[in-house]
Design a protein around this ligand. Structure first.
Ligand code: ADP
Length: 105
């Protein structure tokens, strides 16, 4: 599914070698909650609410490997919300990031 592939690509891009990426899901009555959790570089709190904005990238230093165009999460969110789902993110710099989204059954 397109939206989870984008999230997985980011998890791979922003997790240094030796890190860990975990995909899990929990089933509720009407929907599934999916989690894509990485142990990568994380996202500082002041950036967290902006990463879903069009063309937003945190910076273009080599650590963050600015490969994309800052559109990945915009597209991901619009696909998920277009299907009636929600997406949110939790992150701690230097410890990792978890994207949590829902999918209708
Ligand atoms: P791009 O397509 O340029 O990667 P995105 O919209 O997918 O843009 O992501 C926006 C910004 O959010 C990225 O530039 C990156 O800094 C940050 N980001 C996204 N996913 C992660 C992640 N798993 N870990 C750390 N930073 C992330």
């Amino acid at each position: 599914m397109r939206s989870s592939i984008n999230l997985l690509n980011n998890a791979i891009k922003f997790t240094p070698q030796g890190g860990n990426i975990e995909i899990s899901s929990v089933e509720f009555d009407d929907f599934l909650e999916m989690r894509i959790k990485d142990t990568g570089i994380g996202i500082a709190p002041d950036h967290l609410d902006k990463i879903f904005d069009k063309f937003y990238q945190i910076d273009s230093t080599s650590t963050r490997k600015a490969g994309g165009g800052g559109l990945g999460l915009v597209i991901t969110r619009s696909i998920i919300e277009g299907q009636g789902g929600t997406i949110r993110v939790e992150s701690t710099p230097d410890f990792g990031t978890t994207f949590i989204f829902t999918l209708g059954k």
